[in-house]
Design a protein around this ligand. Structure first.
Ligand code: ADP
Ligand code: GLC
Length: 542
């Protein structure tokens, strides 16, 4: 068995990551966080990522030292300028097409919340450019592997397949199967796809075109953002109509958990934290609770159990279920602060509840990156009652900042939270409260259980400390991506090495246990797609 050290790793394996969001330039959820933070973590393993983004105004404005590296007169009917530049230590290519991307609002819709009617062509152009770069259209730079994310860039694999010219392998990351990029059949030509692409063993999906299917079918490898989600999406319950296809690709599919950029998520240096404290210092964070209560106009009582929720306000996140139990919840000494934006009906019901319970419920029904950090540094527990959760980042934020997560036992939540049942408490390994299935009764019982644990100060403190010790970093997870990229690029496999052997030591206070890198199975092309009756899809992410 050959041992490989960091010094021996082949350097500069180029990866092209194609995505629609990247923190800190543009973000509607965890997709942006992951696309923004993974490249930095991969650098440790000799992987150099260039991220291709659409030329949204915030992206164009942030691009430093930019220069034009390619101009196309006509990509699916649009003139495209490719810029290369950097921002905050991230290398970018930007597809500049003002007619498609120079708009106010979030990436997918207008400021009034309507999806852009031309979202299909907007992301087809992005993927088409990604495929051109993969094929070597930039003279100075070529990727060894292409990484795509969710439906927005899923067509890259399809273009590469139908072009049938030499191209690097594609790894598609499934962040959320609920968003599939479904468009009418008559758009096939507009998207630059051949007629035979409209087939069961292609992009056809219930009589329409599915961008996501392009990747699920044609990418060389698929990764879901947690091991449990990788299993769940192969079942009818969580497969969103694509479980049949995913089962045919199971040998090419594995789960890799998301991590956090610990320099962004450090309560000692985080500018959003009112009273800085070290990770794991549960006494040091106490003053933040009173400040947050005051800021939200709630009575400043230490003994009150203060719950927080930071989330897109959608049915995925179970916020409607939470709203349902609010009156019963407030029979106890509980306060709840909600930071979120999303579904209009959910927002309306929260606003109505807030006016009924002004001393117990406070809502900030907007997006606020600052509050998204600050909340976890101050609340006692963070609620995550998701119906499904591919990975979830908010529980990682909570664990890191000493807030105990109360979460549904689904997807990445069950991979990162150890429920405080009596055995886990006795073993000293619990770090949160899990419940299943997701409904109002189980959520209520879980909060009641957490409320009882909160009264037992030493047990609660142990949950908080265990959370702070949990490894929420990218390190082991980025190693798994690096391993996958190297295998696909034909570099010598590293599967004999554990993460501990190849990772550099970092002076973090957390203890870590590293599991051996999973041996990644060989790729297998699918035999065919299966249909399901339970089609749930939209063309948009948010
Ligand atoms: P998802 O991507 O499904 O929305 P994640 O938990 O993976 O769920 O990531 C959500 C990200 O978006 C986190 O960084 C969270 O803090 C952030 N977020 C969600 N809603 C808000 C909000 N209203 N204000 C600030 N940050 C938010
Ligand atoms: C998706 C999922 C979320 C995940 C995020 C980043 O938006 O809903 O669970 O953490 O992508 O991968």
């Amino acid at each position: 068995m050959t041992q490989t050290s960091v010094e021996m790793l082949p350097t500069n394996l180029n990866v092209l990551s194609v995505a629609s969001e990247m923190y800190p330039l543009i973000k509607t959820g965890g997709l942006g966080d992951v696309v923004g933070s993974l490249p930095g973590a991969l650098r440790t393993y000799g992987i150099k990522t260039h991220t291709l983004l659409p030329g949204y105004p915030s992206v164009m404005d942030a691009l430093e030292g930019r220069q034009i590296v390619k101009q196309f007169d006509n990509v699916l009917g649009y003139a495209v300028t490719i810029w290369e530049g950097v921002t905050k230590n991230r290398a970018l290519f930007v597809a500049d097409v003002p007619a498609l991307y120079n708009r106010a609002g979030n990436p997918y819709g207008s400021p009034t919340g309507q999806d852009w009617p031309d979202n299909g062509i907007r992301y087809a152009v992005l993927a088409r450019i990604g495929a051109f770069i993969a094929q070597g259209y930039l003279e100075h730079w070529r990727p060894a592997v292409v990484q795509t994310h969710d439906w927005h860039s899923a067509l890259v694999a399809a273009y590469l397949h139908y072009d049938a010219v030499e191209a690097p392998p594609v790894v598609h990351v499934i962040h959320n199967l609920a968003f599939q990029g479904i468009f009418p059949r008559n758009k096939l030509e507009e998207f630059g796809l051949p007629p035979h692409a409209f087939a069961l063993e292609g992009l056809e999906y219930h009589g329409q075109i599915s961008f996501l299917k392009g990747a699920l079918f044609f990418a060389n490898r698929l990764t879901a953002v947690s091991p449990t989600y990788a299993e769940e999406i192969q079942t009818p319950e969580h497969g969103m109509g694509l479980d049949g296809l995913l089962r045919t690709r199971s040998a090419a599919l594995n789960g890799i958990l998301n991590g956090l950029d610990l320099s962004e998520w450090d309560p000692m240096t985080d500018p959003a934290v009112t009273f800085p404290y070290a990770v794991g210092d549960i006494i040091g964070r106490r003053a933040n609770k009173r400040v947050l209560q005051a800021e939200f106009g709630l009575p400043q009582t230490t003994e009150t159990f203060l719950l927080g929720l930071v989330s897109r306000l959608t049915t995925q996140k179970g916020v409607d279920i939470l709203a349902e139990i609010v009156p019963r919840l407030f029979e106890w000494n509980i306060q709840l602060i909600i930071v979120g934006v999303g579904d209009r009906e959910i927002m309306r019901s929260l606003a109505e509840l807030q006016s009924r319970y002004p001393h117990q419920l406070a809502c900030h029904l907007h997006y606020s990156e600052t509050l998204g950090h600050k909340l976890h540094s101050a609340v006692d527990a963070s609620l995550i009652p998701s119906r499904f959760e591919p990975c979830g980042l908010t529980q990682l934020h909570a664990l890191r900042y000493g807030s105990v997560p109360i979460a549904a036992r689904v997807g990445g939540l069950s991979d990162t939270i150890v429920d405080a049942n009596s055995a886990a408490i006795a073993e000293g390994v619990a770090n949160g409260v899990l419940f299943a299935p997701t409904n109002s009764e189980t959520l209520l019982v879980a909060i009641r259980r957490a409320y009882a644990l909160f009264q037992q100060k030493s047990v609660w403190a142990r949950l908080q400390r265990n959370g702070a010790l949990h490894d929420v970093s990218w390190e082991g997870k980025a190693a798994e991506y690096a391993q996958l990229f190297r295998e696909l690029a034909g570099h010598s496999p590293l599967h004999h090495n554990t993460y501990a052997e190849i990772a550099p030591r970092r002076g973090d206070i957390l203890q870590r246990s590293f599991r051996a890198l999973r041996r990644i199975q060989p790729a297998r092309m699918p035999l065919g797609g299966q249909k399901s009756e339970s089609l749930k899809s939209t063309g948009t992410y948010a």
